[in-house]
Structure formats: structure tokens, C-alpha cells
Design a protein around this ligand. Structure first.
Ligand SMILES: [Cu+2]
Length: 255
């Protein structure tokens, strides 16, 4: 008899609050994915290197993949707030544990979470490996970057004794930055190229990039480094190889 009752019970998907949660889940997932992924990525400006394009892509994909999770939490919270209140010590009849006690839902949750983690790890490793490969490229040019309160100095070590405060780079040429600091910890960040690395005193860190767009972009310090930290910024001028050579010569360097 009791078995019959169980089979007769309507499916949870026919319940009003479950349907409302499902509808809100879809709406919230799309909203969260769009605002946190697409709008954010657009606000970062156009990419000036492949590293930045891959980073923006990865950010968009990771956000869109995780948006349904945040959307589900928001939908459950909203449905809970909109549901009727129940007072007293005895739980209402509908407060059963169909979800908590369902092995199918538990299994689906574990499998989906595991797949998402695996996807994030594998994708992240592929992108990181690509970035590291540029560091080992023998064609790369080398620039020493020195941060100090509150300016950046760039030494073009392949061209003799040339130093500048604005960074100059030839387009489509891989460059390795050897980054250090004269005082406190700074962080060397070329915004539109998607590279950022700590500048530590008495230690050299390295990062590399290949700028693929001619133009003027932003260099900032991304580590709170004292009173004028917010003003520790400069420009990077990405120019043609010929214009770069002319500039290096105008600074007394050799090409
Ligand atoms: Cu700084």
C-alpha cells in the first residue's frame, strides 16, 4: 500500500515552486554569464597580444560555464524568499528530502563538478604552457624592467645603454621582460597585453609577450606600493620594426 502511495506521488517537476526555480535558474544564469563574462571582457579593451586574446577567451568561457551554478544558487534563494513562511516545530509535509536523498542527483552533482574541475585544470595548463614557450624563444628580444617608487625604468639590453620611462616595442616580435625592483614589491602589468608579474627587490622574475597590434597601451603597477602607487603608470608604444630602430638610434643605441 505504501509503495503505491510513493508511485502515485506527483513528480517534483510538477510542483509550482520547482518550476519557478527552473525558470529563474535559466534567467539568472544568462544574466550572470552576460554581465560577469561578456560585459567584463568588453570593459578590458581590445587585446594587443595573443596572450590577452586567450585570457579574455578563457575568462568568458570559464564564466559562462560556471554561470549556471551561481544562477542555481540565486534562483533557490529567490524561490525561498518568495515561498510561504512556516511556523512551528513540525516541518510541513512538502519539506521532504527528495533532492538530498536522491542518489541520482548526488551522482550527477559529483560527475558535473568533477568534469568542470578537470576542464578548468586542463584548459589552464594548455594556456600556461603556451605562455611559457615564448620565454624560451631564442628570437625574443630582452628588456630589463626596474620598478621603484613610483616610476618604471626600461633598459634595452640588446641595444647598448638605452633606458626609457615609456616602453617602446616593435610589433610582432617576442620580448622577454626581466623584472626587478629597487625598493618595495611592485607588479609590472601591461594591461592590454595580459601580462602581469611581481617586481621584487633583489630578485628577477621573467615574463614574455608578443605584441600584435600597433598603438599606445597602458603599463601599470598592480601592487600597492606606497603613497603614489596609483600614479605609477606609463605607456607602451608598439611601433613598426623600422620605427623602433629609428627610436633606438635616436636614444644612442645600436640596432
Ligand atoms: Cu608600484
Amino acid at each position: 500500500m505504501s509503495e503505491l502511495e510513493v508511485t502515485k506521488r506527483p513528480s517534483i517537476f510538477k510542483r509550482k515552486d520547482v518550476r519557478l526555480t527552473a525558470v529563474l535558474w535559466v534567467i539568472f544564469s544568462i544574466l550572470i554569464g552576460y554581465i560577469a563574462g561578456t560585459v567584463q571582457a568588453r570593459s578590458m579593451g581590445a587585446a594587443a597580444s595573443e596572450t590577452m586574446s586567450t585570457t579574455i577567451n578563457m575568462m568568458k568561457i570559464f564564466t559562462w560555464v560556471s554561470a549556471p551554478i551561481a544562477g542555481l544558487v540565486a534562483a533557490l534563494a529567490a524561490t525561498t524568499l518568495l515561498s510561504k513562511l512556516h511556523f512551528g516545530d513540525t516541518p510541513p509535509a512538502e519539506a521532504d528530502h527528495e533532492i538530498r536523498n536522491s542518489p541520482r542527483i548526488a551522482a550527477a552533482w559529483i560527475v558535473v563538478s568533477a568534469l568542470m574541475c578537470l576542464f578548468a585544470v586542463v584548459w589552464g595548463m594548455v594556456v600556461l604552457q603556451k605562455d611559457d614557450a615564448a620565454l624560451l624563444n631564442p628570437q625574443s628580444m630582452n628588456i630589463n624592467v626596474v620598478g621603484q617608487q613610483w616610476v618604471w625604468n626600461f633598459d634595452y639590453i640588446d641595444s647598448g645603454k638605452v633606458r626609457s620611462n615609456d616602453l617602446y616595442l616593435p610589433v610582432n616580435k617576442p620580448v622577454v621582460f626581466h623584472v626587478t625592483s629597487n625598493d618595495v614589491i611592485h607588479s609590472f602589468w601591461i594591461v592590454q597585453m595580459g601580462i602581469k608579474i611581481d617586481a621584487n627587490p633583489a630578485y628577477v622574475t621573467e615574463t614574455s609577450v608578443t605584441p600584435n597590434k600597433i598603438g599606445v597601451f597602458d603599463v601599470r603597477c598592480a601592487e600597492l606600493c606606497g603613497l603614489l602607487h596609483a600614479y605609477m603608470q606609463t605607456k607602451v608604444h608598439v611601433v613598426s620594426q623600422a620605427d623602433y630602430d629609428t627610436w633606438i638610434q635616436s636614444q644612442g643605441g645600436k640596432i
